[in-house]
Design a protein around this ligand. Structure first.
Ligand code: ADP
Ligand code: MG
Length: 200
C-alpha cells in the first residue's frame, strides 16, 4: 500500500532555471500537499547524467518505443525503427542538455508522491503534454523540432517514473545526510483520520 513517506525525485533542468520557473514549479508540488525533504543546485557531469538514465535497465527500450510511437501517432517517419538505437541517440543529447548549466534536484514526499508528481509534470513531449501540467503550460517543443536541431526535447523537469526508479534516483543524487525528516503542520489535515485537532 502507498505510504505517506513515499518519495520522488524531481530535477529542474537547465531550461527550467533559465526560464525563471523555479518558484512556479516548486509551487505546483507544494500546493498539492507534498513536502520538500531535500534540495540542492548542481552542474551535473556527463557521467552522472548517463548513470541517472540507465539506473533502470529497461529505460533504453521503453524510451525508444515511446519516442517511435510519438512519431507514428502523428503520421511521421521515426529516424529509426530500432528502439535501442533511438534511445542511444536521445541519451547523447540528454548529456549535453542537462550538463549545459545548473540543475536543481529535489525530493518531494507524500502519499502517492511518484504518481502525483508525474501527473502534475505531464507527458514527455510538450506538444502533447496535457494542458494544466507543468510541461503543458510553460513550454513548447516537439520530437520533430528537437530532431532537426539534433538536441533533446526541452521539457523543464525530470520526474521519477515509478517508486523503484525514485528510490534508485534518490540514492544517485543525494546522500542520507541531505534528506530531512521533519513534520509539516498541514500533514495533520492531509492525513489525520478524524480531523479531531481543529475545534478548540
Ligand atoms: P520522461 O522525462 O517523461 O520520463 P523519458 O525518461 O522517456 O521521459 O526521457 C528522458 C528525457 O529525454 C525527456 O524528458 C526528454 O527531455 C528527452 N527525450 C525523450 N525522448 C526524446 C526524443 N525522442 N527526442 C529528444 N529528446 C527526448
Ligand atoms: Mg523518465
Amino acid at each position: 500500500m502507498a505510504q505517506i513517506t513515499e518519495k520522488t525525485l524531481v530535477i529542474i533542468k537547465p531550461d527550467g532555471i533559465q526560464r525563471s520557473l523555479i518558484g512556479e514549479i516548486v509551487k505546483r508540488f507544494e500546493r498539492a500537499g507534498l513536502k520538500l525533504v531535500a534540495v540542492k543546485m548542481v552542474v551535473p557531469t556527463m557521467e552522472q547524467i548517463e548513470k541517472h538514465y540507465t539506473l533502470d535497465p529497461s529505460w533504453r527500450q521503453k524510451n525508444g518505443e515511446k519516442s517511435i510511437k510519438g512519431y507514428q501517432d502523428k503520421g511521421l517517419e521515426p529516424p529509426t525503427d530500432d528502439p535501442l538505437e533511438m534511445s542511444g541517440m536521445t541519451l547523447e543529447k540528454l548529456k549535453k542538455y542537462l550538463s549545459s548549466g545548473p540543475v536543481i534536484p529535489m525530493i518531494w514526499q507524500g502519499l502517492h508522491a511518484v504518481a502525483i508528481v508525474r501527473k502534475l509534470t505531464g507527458g514527455t513531449e510538450p506538444l502533447t503534454s496535457d494542458v494544466g501540467t507543468i510541461r503543458g503550460d510553460f513550454v513548447l517543443d516537439s520530437y520533430e523540432r528537437s530532431d532537426v536541431d539534433k538536441r533533446a526535447v526541452r521539457n523543464l523537469i525530470h520526474a521519477s517514473g515509478s517508486v523503484g526508479e525514485a528510490e534508485q534516483e534518490i540514492e544517485h543524487w543525494f546522500s542520507n545526510g541531505e534528506i530531512f525528516n521533519y513534520r509539516l503542520v498541514q500533514e495533520s489535515v492531509l492525513y489525520d483520520v478524524n480531523l479531531d485537532g481543529i475545534l478548540e
